[in-house]
Design a protein around this ligand. Structure first.
Ligand code: SAM
Length: 238
């Protein structure tokens, strides 16, 4: 998979993709991540990327010209109707649909090329969405100062689901949300710490019992803190 990130603060990403699973996935050529400075696509002599909003009001808005130029350069298309089927151009915005584990899995399975647009200030000129964006994504109901943290969240959640990214020693199958439940509690050595003991069942090596216990604990944790995950579409417990 190829990921292009468009930002006015490329330095933000200097080290963020250089750790753990993302770094390994890059080295193994499972994913290629390129960060681009939107300013490089500005055409005027002052390299302007933002301007005041029409109609007045606070703040600045990211201008359409540099973003159109950048996306045309990266995708070879100037209208989303001409995109390849496996291309996604994503605008990070609090007004987007909520990004979650299912969305991460869908993108990981379907997208070969993704362009992520990081907004700043009051946001991005609406014509970018109108013509070029395939998905508007929000990482939660709060407002960040810029799309950069949101882009790094989307990249991380998605890349770990690409085939081979997690390696053989771990899997996303039992992670929270993958089967509709939160993950079960985990313990490691020592078996007793400050008077707190690891549950006996985890020490006996009986895998069927351990699986049953884990499932039960995952269900109980989900019921306690995220009962909404147990509800079906009609709002009733499944
Ligand atoms: N005026 C905008 C609004 O109220 O919808 C907020 C703009 S915000 C200060 C600047 C940029 O941060 C946005 O353009 C977007 O790229 C990013 N951003 C802020 N909150 C976000 C969220 N919850 N999810 C994804 N991106 C977000």
């Amino acid at each position: 998979m190829k990921i292009d990130v468009l930002t006015i603060f490329p330095e933000y990403f200097d080290s963020i993709f250089e750790f753990g699973i993302i770094r390994r996935a890059k080295l193994a050529e499972i994913v290629e991540i390129n960060v681009h400075d939107i300013r490089e696509f500005a055409t005027d002599k002052h390299k302007m990327v933002d301007d005041r909003p029409f109609g007045g009001g606070d703040g600045m808005v990211l201008k359409p010209e540099p973003l159109f130029a950048a996306i045309e350069h990266l995708t070879g298309a100037s209208d989303r109707k001409d995109y390849r089927e496996d291309l996604r151009v994503v605008l990070l915005t609090p007004q987007g649909r909520q990004f979650n584990q299912q969305a991460a899995a869908d993108f990981a399975a379907e997208a070969e090329h993704m362009v992520l647009i990081c907004g700043r200030y009051e946001g991005v000129d609406e014509r970018v969405s109108e013509r070029l964006v395939t998905d508007e994504l929000s990482i939660g109901d709060y407002v960040l100062s810029g799309g950069e943290p949101a882009a790094s969240v989307v990249v991380d959640a998605m890349v770990r689901l690409l085939p081979g990214a997690l390696g053989s020693e771990t899997s996303a199958e039992n992670d929270s949300f993958s089967d509709g439940l939160l993950d079960c509690p985990q313990y490691t050595r020592p078996a007793e710490f400050r008077g707190m003991k690891v549950p006996e069942v985890l020490l006996n090596g009986h895998h069927a019992e351990i699986d049953k216990w884990r499932r039960k604990m995952a269900f109980e944790k989900t019921k306690k803190v995220r009962e909404d995950l147990l509800m079906g579409e009609n709002g009733e417990r499944e």
